[in-house]
Design a protein around this ligand. Structure first.
Ligand code: PEP
Ligand code: MN
Length: 339
């Protein structure tokens, strides 16, 4: 941590701050510049030092953290290399990562809808199947998902296709049911900082697909992952799905810079959801191609047998007849990017 003083900070103000730092047991290295003094804090306890709130002390201009606030999610944890995460026998990320595709409808609506989608996803080369049984909806009047019945249909789709399934958990009360049926549990953007949910999923031990909150910084995102990791569950896959930005013409603004920045900071795999960022079908493929080109470890994409009749997110769903060509074009770009 660096403490940077105002140019007009007095010597007693600077001494007072140094004394507060030393009292925590940390070291303090003073650098006196032509205009400003800077204190480098050495070997301190991060939380203890943060609790001092030194940026409010007289004479202090600002405090700049230097060490990472997340420990287990940090790349250093695995020798500064990406590290693979196994999801239902499928490896995501790691040094020789294959590009992964999670495909399926937004919501499980019926056995016919889910199984038709599952067959098409398998034929298109999906690695995992998605389908929401518990849907986080903006309106309480919108379709909320089939609940446990939806989980059972998802399990039937897995049985039929052999594909592992990922589904969202929105409420701690449903954790046992979701863990019973799912191969991977999705935490949605709206729940990225639902800390009790993250902690329980850390304890449950199933792989977690953690989506970035729409207003979350990279530090917030990785600290959310840290909640799962600290409980002893190392299997976390991160997902960039678009952030709030009033000026974007899409539903959310897909932040592809975040993919690169995340990979600079963490060993965890990073996939991209172009569907929720796009909000409409015509934007899904361009965003998916861009994600494949920029080094994402995979995609999660929504599709539907009859998008105009979908109970959730129909406008952004890819039709099943185009799914095979879509995945072929994406894989071509992913291979070129990896070459
Ligand atoms: C979803 O994947 O269906 C979903 C609701 O995603 P997000 O949490 O990213 O909005
Ligand atoms: Mn959706």
């Amino acid at each position: 941590m660096l403490v940077i003083f105002h140019p007009d900070a007095s010597a007693p103000e600077i001494d007072a701050v140094v004394n507060r730092i030393l009292a925590t047991g940390a070291g303090a290295q003073r650098v006196v510049g032509a205009e400003q003094t800077v204190i480098g804090v050495i070997d301190g306890d991060r939380d203890h030092l943060a609790s001092l709130e030194l940026d409010a002390d007289p004479g202090v201009d600002r405090v700049v953290p230097v060490s990472s606030p997340y420990k287990l999610a940090h790349r250093h944890r695995h020798g500064d290399l990406p590290h693979a995460v196994q999801v239902g026998g499928v490896a995501f990320g790691g040094p020789d990562a294959e590009f992964r595709m999670i495909l399926g409808p937004c919501a499980v609506e019926s056995p016919e809808q889910m199984l038709a989608a599952a067959d098409a996803c398998l034929a298109a080369g999906a690695d995992l199947l998605r389908g929401g049984a518990f849907k986080p909806r903006t309106s309480p009047y919108a379709f909320q998902g089939l609940g446990v019945d939806g989980l059972k249909i998802l399990a039937e789709a897995r049985e039929r296709t052999g594909l592992p399934v990922v589904t969202e958990l929105t409420d701690l009360r449903d954790i046992d049911a979701v863990v019973e049926y799912a191969d991977c549990v999705q935490v949605g953007a709206r729940n990225m900082q639902h800390f009790p949910l993250l902690t329980e999923l850390g304890r449950a031990g199933l792989p977690v697909l953690l989506k970035r909150g729409m207003g979350a910084s990279i530090d917030d995102f990785l600290l959310a992952a840290e909640y799962i990791l600290t409980e002893g569950n190392p299997r976390v896959v991160l997902c960039e799905r678009g952030i709030h930005a009033k000026a974007t013409p899409a539903r959310s603004c897909l932040d592809l810079a975040a993919v690169t920045v995340l990979k600079e900071h963490t060993h965890l795999p990073v996939i991209v959801d172009p569907s929720h960022a796009a909000g409409r079908r015509a934007l899904v493929e361009p965003l998916a191609l861009a994600a494949a080109a920029c080094g994402a470890d995979g995609l999660i994409v929504e599709c539907h047998p009859n998008p105009s009749q979908a109970r959730c997110d129909g406008p952004q769903a890819i039709t099943l007849d185009t799914l095979g060509d879509f995945t072929t074009r994406i894989r071509r770009v992913a291979q070129a990017a990896a070459a």
